[in-house]
Design a protein. Structure first.
Length: 306
């Protein structure tokens, strides 16, 4: 039988993980009875009862595997660990917060049956706060400048074949962007839009700091635009300086207008200083990522596999 591996990162998802597991089992029983399955839950250092709940699920179903981290390493690390542990012919990643509709699973499997190697369920609409929707639109608008094939609303809900999962596992880098890596592989991909449901159990652990880190990883990992931006700003600033200097000389020689006093100089110094600090910050992000890669630390540490 063809086996589907469900890779599900877990961080403070007490109660939601049992409901996610039960809903997927119901879909398998009713719509995909010819498929075998395994669950790979990755507990990302939860400090609530999520791990105990996962172990209880494991006791009732031997096809459930639980990977427990020593601490919280982040969603990307949990995804990587889950994919490494998954052994199925198909590997499906989804969240444990009940916002990804499990009713799409049969349709995603059908897409693979007719020839797709990667099936992306992307967020066409989302029942989130206005601030989350606006920030998401801005973020993906920037990302699409370098990755035009990424869906406007982004995705996390993905099904891939064993071949694609192995290729994904062979990418050994840090500070990764999951969506960019999946699309970069270049396998035949089909898209399924859906509306991301409102969270009904628990609350989101995706803080502003995590959003910022993910945004920086996405932009710097998948795009050369920041470096090109530095070059463009440098050219524009230089040309502006020459134009301003020429204007001062012209006004002095042709109209006998004396050069301005302290205020224009201070304005120029502040603008140029700000541009230089911005450039150094972008370069510093790249240097830090090179240093982080050279150190060779693993993306995560596993405490125990159940």
């Amino acid at each position: 039988m063809t086996r589907i591996s469900f890779v599900i990162p877990v961080y403070r998802n007490q109660h939601a993980v049992t409901m996610t597991y039960q809903q997927i089992r119901q879909v398998l029983a009713s719509d995909l009875p010819a498929y075998d399955y395994e669950f790979v839950f990755v507990d990302d250092g939860s400090d609530d009862g999520s791990l105990d709940e996962l172990i209880a699920i494991r006791r009732s179903d031997e096809r459930v595997h639980v990977v427990s981290f020593t601490r919280n390493f982040g969603q990307m690390a949990a995804i990587l660990a889950g994919f490494k542990q998954a052994t199925g012919d198909l590997v499906l990643h989804l969240s444990a917060d009940l916002q990804d509709p499990v009713s799409l699973i049969p349709r995603m499997v059908k897409e693979v049956e007719v020839g797709s190697e990667v099936v992306v369920a992307h967020r066409e609409h989302r029942a989130d706060r206005l601030s989350s929707r606006v920030s998401s639109k801005i973020f993906y608008a920037i990302i699409r400048l370098s990755l035009p094939n990424i869906p406007p609303g982004g995705f996390d809900y993905v099904l891939m074949t064993r071949r694609v999962a192995d290729a994904f596992n062979n990418m050994e880098v840090r500070n990764r962007f999951f969506q960019g890596d999946v699309l970069w592989l270049g396998y035949r991909t089909s898209l399924i839009p859906y509306t991301r449901a409102k969270r009904t159990v628990g609350r989101s652990q995706y803080t502003f700091a995590k959003r910022l880190k993910n945004s920086l990883d996405a932009i710097l990992d998948s795009s050369y635009l920041p470096i090109r931006f530095i070059s463009l700003v440098g050219v524009v600033t230089t040309l502006s300086g020459f134009v301003y200097a020429a204007d001062i000389v012209y006004a002095r020689l042709m109209h006998h207008i004396p050069a301005g006093g302290l205020a224009p100089i201070m304005i120029l110094l502040l603008i140029i200083g700000g541009v230089l600090m911005l450039m150094l910050g972008i370069i510093g992000e790249y240097v830090w990522r090179i240093y982080d890669e050279v150190k060779g630390k693993p993306n995560y540490i596993v405490r125990q596999i159940y």
